[in-house]
Design a protein around this ligand. Structure first.
Ligand code: ADP
Ligand code: MG
Length: 251
């Protein structure tokens, strides 16, 4: 039986003194330094901060893609560090949708096949998968492009396919690393609409790494990292953009 995601009553994500250091000695990089946070189920969180502040490393630790140097991380109450590779793979398949900074689409599959891939692994029926993919594609401006391979799509279109792949089947937690970085404002708003809907109606927890003010405006909590530390962690109203998140362009 599959674990029923999001039914444990535990936070969606919790970390305790989480640290990740790359390298050793004088050249060691302390990418994540003693981060302790809890993100409840159904939150919509933007993780911001300058380039190199540890955002990608933190979401990779949460998803079990990399191991902490120290400290602990739990997803839905289960400690990721204590899991075997198999258990982590299962956690990712059943519980977490990923949108990576590089889209990681499979070049030999069509847009539709890429998007339906995790649902296929979860055993969702073909007809249901196709229906859901085509419906979402229409909503996010990918109508008519489902038979194209990634090489025949623009960067923005590939990014949308990657986002569709992550959110289809409504996993309990979506980790998205700069999901709107390659999108124009119309496409980016359409994607955020889809994510907000999943968040509101199905309680999916979203954690975005982002520099994009459009994403930060929609978030209800912003965590700002600097040099691997949490510098600010604040709840806010949807629509607000606190002054402390504004950064120079290209940071
Ligand atoms: P962000 O996503 O906020 O830009 P990252 O998590 O990618 O930050 O990086 C945090 C720090 O860790 C940076 O100094 C980066 O150069 C370093 N870093 C990230 N990944 C690696 C790696 N695989 N090996 C060595 N250093 C890394
Ligand atoms: Mg990054």
């Amino acid at each position: 039986m599959l674990d029923r995601p999001g039914t444990s009553g535990e936070p969606s994500v919790r970390t305790e003194d989480l640290c990740k250091t790359y390298g050793r000695g004088e050249t060691a990089v302390h990418a994540v330094q003693r981060i302790s946070v809890a993100i409840e189920r159904g939150e919509f969180v933007a993780l911001c901060g300058p380039s190199g502040s540890g955002k990608t490393t933190l979401v990779n630790l949460v998803g079990g893609l990399t191991d902490p140097t120290e400290g602990r991380v739990w997803v839905d109450g289960k400690e990721v560090g204590g899991m075997s590779e198999r258990q982590r793979a299962r956690l990712r398949l059943n519980h977490i949708g990923f949108v990576f900074q590089a889209y990681n689409l499979l070049p030999v599959l069509t847009a539709l096949e890429n998007a339906e891939f995790p649902m296929m692994l979860r055993g969702v029926e073909r007809e249901t998968r196709r229906e859901q993919v085509l419906e979402l594609f229409e909503e996010i401006g990918l109508e008519g492009l489902h038979d194209r391979r990634p090489g025949a799509l623009s960067g923005g279109q590939q990014q949308r396919v990657a986002v569709a792949r992550a959110v289809l089947g409504a996993p309990a937690l979506v980790l998205a690393d700069e999901p709107t970085a390659n999108l124009d404002t119309v496409a980016s708003d359409a994607l955020l609409d889809v994510m907000e809907l999943l968040n509101r109606e199905r309680g999916v927890t979203f954690i975005f790494c982002t520099h994009d003010p459009r994403v930060m405006r929609r978030a209800r909590r912003i965590i700002r990292l600097v040099d691997g530390h949490v510098e600010r962690d604040a709840e806010k109203e949807t629509g607000d953009l606190p002054s402390w998140v504004v950064e120079p362009v290209n940071s």
